[in-house]
Design a protein around this ligand. Structure first.
Ligand code: CU
Length: 148
Protein backbone atom coordinates (compact mmCIF):
# COMPACT_ATOMS: atom_id res chain seq x y z
CA UNK A 1 0.00 0.00 0.00
CA UNK A 2 2.77 2.41 0.96
CA UNK A 3 4.64 1.55 -2.25
CA UNK A 4 1.54 2.23 -4.34
CA UNK A 5 1.03 5.67 -2.84
CA UNK A 6 4.67 6.53 -3.42
CA UNK A 7 4.45 5.45 -7.05
CA UNK A 8 1.26 7.46 -7.58
CA UNK A 9 2.87 10.53 -6.05
CA UNK A 10 5.90 10.07 -8.26
CA UNK A 11 3.81 9.78 -11.41
CA UNK A 12 1.82 12.89 -10.60
CA UNK A 13 5.04 14.86 -10.18
CA UNK A 14 6.35 13.51 -13.49
CA UNK A 15 3.11 14.44 -15.26
CA UNK A 16 3.52 18.15 -14.55
CA UNK A 17 6.44 18.92 -16.89
CA UNK A 18 4.89 16.71 -19.60
CA UNK A 19 1.75 18.85 -19.60
CA UNK A 20 3.52 22.20 -19.49
CA UNK A 21 3.56 24.03 -22.81
CA UNK A 22 6.82 24.35 -24.71
CA UNK A 23 7.48 28.09 -24.73
CA UNK A 24 10.81 28.19 -26.51
CA UNK A 25 12.68 26.64 -29.39
CA UNK A 26 16.35 26.47 -30.33
CA UNK A 27 17.31 26.74 -33.98
CA UNK A 28 20.76 26.11 -35.39
CA UNK A 29 22.18 27.81 -38.46
CA UNK A 30 25.34 26.52 -40.11
CA UNK A 31 28.04 27.45 -42.63
CA UNK A 32 26.14 25.59 -45.37
CA UNK A 33 23.35 28.20 -45.25
CA UNK A 34 20.90 25.90 -43.49
CA UNK A 35 18.62 25.96 -40.49
CA UNK A 36 18.17 22.62 -38.74
CA UNK A 37 14.37 22.91 -38.75
CA UNK A 38 11.61 23.83 -41.20
CA UNK A 39 8.95 24.48 -38.58
CA UNK A 40 8.49 26.34 -35.33
CA UNK A 41 5.40 25.58 -33.26
CA UNK A 42 4.21 28.47 -31.11
CA UNK A 43 1.77 27.45 -28.40
CA UNK A 44 -0.61 30.28 -27.50
CA UNK A 45 -1.00 28.89 -24.00
CA UNK A 46 2.46 30.44 -23.51
CA UNK A 47 2.15 34.16 -22.82
CA UNK A 48 5.60 34.67 -24.32
CA UNK A 49 7.65 32.57 -26.70
CA UNK A 50 11.43 32.58 -27.11
CA UNK A 51 13.44 31.67 -30.20
CA UNK A 52 17.08 30.85 -29.48
CA UNK A 53 19.38 31.02 -32.49
CA UNK A 54 22.75 29.27 -32.41
CA UNK A 55 25.22 29.69 -35.27
CA UNK A 56 27.10 26.39 -35.20
CA UNK A 57 29.42 27.35 -38.06
CA UNK A 58 32.74 29.21 -38.12
CA UNK A 59 32.24 31.80 -40.84
CA UNK A 60 31.95 35.47 -39.82
CA UNK A 61 28.74 37.47 -39.82
CA UNK A 62 29.87 39.39 -42.92
CA UNK A 63 30.09 36.21 -45.00
CA UNK A 64 27.54 33.81 -43.47
CA UNK A 65 25.45 35.90 -41.08
CA UNK A 66 22.22 34.39 -39.81
CA UNK A 67 19.21 35.75 -38.00
CA UNK A 68 15.67 34.58 -37.42
CA UNK A 69 12.98 36.93 -38.68
CA UNK A 70 9.26 36.21 -38.24
CA UNK A 71 6.70 37.81 -40.55
CA UNK A 72 3.39 36.95 -42.11
CA UNK A 73 4.10 34.57 -44.98
CA UNK A 74 2.71 37.17 -47.39
CA UNK A 75 5.30 39.72 -46.21
CA UNK A 76 8.35 37.47 -46.32
CA UNK A 77 9.57 38.15 -49.83
CA UNK A 78 9.11 41.94 -49.62
CA UNK A 79 10.85 42.11 -46.24
CA UNK A 80 13.71 39.97 -47.56
CA UNK A 81 14.11 42.32 -50.54
CA UNK A 82 14.09 45.38 -48.29
CA UNK A 83 16.52 43.64 -45.94
CA UNK A 84 19.08 43.38 -48.72
CA UNK A 85 18.59 47.09 -49.47
CA UNK A 86 18.98 47.93 -45.76
CA UNK A 87 22.52 46.61 -46.06
CA UNK A 88 25.19 45.43 -43.63
CA UNK A 89 25.06 48.61 -41.51
CA UNK A 90 21.51 47.62 -40.54
CA UNK A 91 22.38 43.92 -40.21
CA UNK A 92 20.28 43.31 -43.32
CA UNK A 93 16.95 44.24 -41.80
CA UNK A 94 14.91 47.43 -42.34
CA UNK A 95 14.94 49.27 -38.99
CA UNK A 96 11.64 49.39 -37.07
CA UNK A 97 9.72 47.59 -39.79
CA UNK A 98 6.12 46.97 -38.69
CA UNK A 99 5.96 43.84 -40.87
CA UNK A 100 8.61 42.21 -38.69
CA UNK A 101 6.85 40.47 -35.81
CA UNK A 102 10.07 39.37 -34.12
CA UNK A 103 13.73 38.99 -34.98
CA UNK A 104 17.04 38.04 -33.46
CA UNK A 105 20.29 39.87 -34.09
CA UNK A 106 22.39 38.89 -37.09
CA UNK A 107 25.17 36.65 -35.81
CA UNK A 108 28.26 34.88 -37.11
CA UNK A 109 29.84 31.51 -36.40
CA UNK A 110 30.04 30.53 -32.74
CA UNK A 111 27.58 33.20 -31.64
CA UNK A 112 24.05 32.96 -30.30
CA UNK A 113 21.11 35.27 -29.75
CA UNK A 114 17.52 35.02 -28.54
CA UNK A 115 14.30 36.89 -29.09
CA UNK A 116 11.20 36.75 -26.89
CA UNK A 117 7.83 37.98 -28.11
CA UNK A 118 4.27 37.96 -26.87
CA UNK A 119 2.18 35.19 -28.42
CA UNK A 120 -0.70 37.70 -28.56
CA UNK A 121 1.15 39.13 -31.58
CA UNK A 122 0.27 35.96 -33.52
CA UNK A 123 -3.14 34.60 -34.51
CA UNK A 124 -3.84 30.91 -34.04
CA UNK A 125 -3.91 29.27 -37.45
CA UNK A 126 -2.33 32.35 -39.10
CA UNK A 127 0.13 31.97 -41.94
CA UNK A 128 3.57 32.98 -40.65
CA UNK A 129 7.09 32.23 -41.78
CA UNK A 130 10.52 32.48 -40.23
CA UNK A 131 13.59 33.13 -42.33
CA UNK A 132 17.12 34.50 -42.37
CA UNK A 133 17.26 37.97 -43.94
CA UNK A 134 20.94 37.83 -44.96
CA UNK A 135 21.06 38.41 -48.74
CA UNK A 136 20.29 35.23 -50.66
CA UNK A 137 19.55 33.16 -47.56
CA UNK A 138 15.80 33.55 -47.20
CA UNK A 139 14.86 31.23 -50.06
CA UNK A 140 16.63 28.30 -48.37
CA UNK A 141 16.77 29.33 -44.72
CA UNK A 142 13.03 29.52 -44.25
CA UNK A 143 10.20 27.65 -42.61
CA UNK A 144 6.69 27.84 -41.21
CA UNK A 145 5.66 29.28 -37.88
CA UNK A 146 2.69 27.17 -36.80
CA UNK A 147 0.53 28.90 -34.21
CA UNK A 148 -1.82 26.72 -32.18
CU1 CU B 1 21.60 33.30 -42.94
Amino acid sequence: MFAKVTLAALLSVMAVPAMAAQCDVTIEGNDAMQFNTKEIVVDKTCEEFTVNLVHVGKLPKSAMGHNVVITKAADKQAVATDATKAGPNNDYLPPNDARVIAHTKLIGGGEKDSVTFKTADLEAGGDYDFFCSFPGHWAIMSGKVVVK
